[in-house]
Write a protein that binds this ligand. Structure first.
Ligand SMILES: C[S@@+](CC[C@H](N)C(=O)[O-])C[C@H]1O[C@@H](n2cnc3c(N)ncnc32)[C@H](O)[C@@H]1O
Length: 377
């Protein structure tokens, strides 16, 4: 697997913001029209697949491999299907309750089976790190969290906020390594919070150590009685639409001299990226920030270091999730998804195939993960 070098000469075909002057440019209008056409074709394919069109996985994957490098390199602007993908929203995150319903509060027996559920590594819905020789999903997630520990510089005794903590996997693993670290987890998903509350009663779990505090709530409204030494947020900022407000909020929660670590899916093109299919069926209001977006918002926090992690790591993670989903059909098909299971299965497979394959295109050099170490300005 290749280590990603910084990309040079990134193409710039559309402006990053949509102010009046830019909107009136012919090039901008043409790009927006092309984005609408591409999105309409993408939705037509996705919905035909969901409704039963038989397309072998390999054909779908080959077409993604053929088209994405061209779009990343020569027409990145068309990868923003809606104008809102290019702009900041009014709140930190829009439509969070809808997101919980559509995605995070889905039957946990399915998500947990797909993501993996072990003694230390609880379901973790973000990239595993494979490039250092991990042999399976569990190990790839340990490698990923070890890297976060090093890059954030976690020290024993730190009080850390996990902003969008999933099932508590990262806190549980880090608490197992540091006997005096304390964690606070914030999550809006009721089902994921129920999972953590059970672990907080389980003597085998580090979440029951008395060093973990859980807040079930919306990151838009986050408030805590004390400030934190470190804040980490992994895989959450694809749901954040306003970086300015998000960093203002995180800065207000961080003690003086503290550090913030943001880990996101990112794309090394000039503009942000999204998909009409994932917006409608998987992650309402979701977007992938371009690699420069975080350091370009440095009013309240500034980026002191950043890293690009090659997308092939997420490719391998997502393909492993897909295999685990496919191999658990006998169990997961009986759960309640609020729709016909055959339809749900096709929708979910399309999502996994799309996600997993795009990360592998262009050798993982355009669509990967970004990590940002930030401090107060
Ligand atoms: C992709 S998951 C990542 C979870 C975890 N950080 C991990 O790496 O496994 C995104 C998490 O953000 C949470 N989340 C999304 N929007 C939120 C919001 N508005 N308020 C609080 N949590 C939110 C979701 O419930 C989910 O747990």
């Amino acid at each position: 697997m290749k280590t990603a070098p910084e990309l040079q000469n990134i193409p710039r075909d559309i402006p990053l913001t949509t102010d009046f002057a830019q909107k009136s440019q012919l090039g901008y209008k043409v790009t927006r029209s092309m984005a609408r056409v591409l999105n309409a074709s993408h939705m037509a394919l996705a919905e035909a697949y969901i409704n039963g069109l038989e397309i072998p996985d390999s054909l779908l994957q080959r077409s993604i491999h053929a088209s994405m490098p061209v779009l990343f390199k020569h027409a990145p602007g068309v990868l923003a299907p809606y104008e809102w993908v290019l702009n900041e929203t009014n709140r930190i995150a829009e439509g969070s309750r809808e997101l919980m319903k559509v995605q995070y509060d889905l039957p946990q027996a399915m998500l947990n089976q797909m993501l993996g559920d072990w003694k230390l590594i609880y379901p973790k819905y973000s990239m595993g790190l494979w490039e250092n020789g991990a042999v399976d999903l569990e190990e790839s997630q340990k490698h990923m969290i070890d890297q976060v520990i090093n890059r954030l510089g976690i020290e024993d005794g730190d009080h850390i906020l996990d902003f969008g903590c999933g099932w508590g996997c990262v806190p549980n693993y880090i608490l197992s390594k540091f006997p005096n670290v304390r964690f606070t987890g914030l999550n809006l998903s009721h089902e994921q919070c129920e999972y953590m509350r059970r672990k907080m009663q389980d003597p085998e779990s580090y979440l029951s150590s008395g060093r973990f505090t859980l807040y079930e709530g919306d990151l838009n409204d986050a408030q805590f009685p004390e400030k934190f030494d470190k804040i980490l947020s992994i895989g959450v900022f694809c749901h954040v639409g306003n970086l300015t407000q998000a960093f203002q909020k995180l800065a207000s929660l961080l003690r003086s001299g503290g550090k913030v670590f943001i880990h996101i899916i990112t794309v090394r093109i000039p503009n942000n990226f999204s998909s009409g299919f994932t917006h409608k069926y998987i992650f309402p209001n979701g977007r992938y920030w371009n690699y420069d977006a975080v350091p370009n918002h440095n009013q309240d926090l500034k980026t002191v270091q950043r890293w690009y992690i090659n997308g092939t790591n997420y490719h391998q993670t997502a393909m492993t999730w897909l295999q685990r989903f496919d191999s658990s059909q006998e169990t997961v098909k009986h759960l309640d998804y609020g729709m016909d299971y055959a339809k749900f299965r096709r929708m979910w497979r399309f999502y996994m195939l799309l996600l997993g394959t795009i990360f592998a295109t262009s050798d993982g050099e355009y669509n990967g993960n970004g990590q940002y170490l930030m401090v107060h300005t």
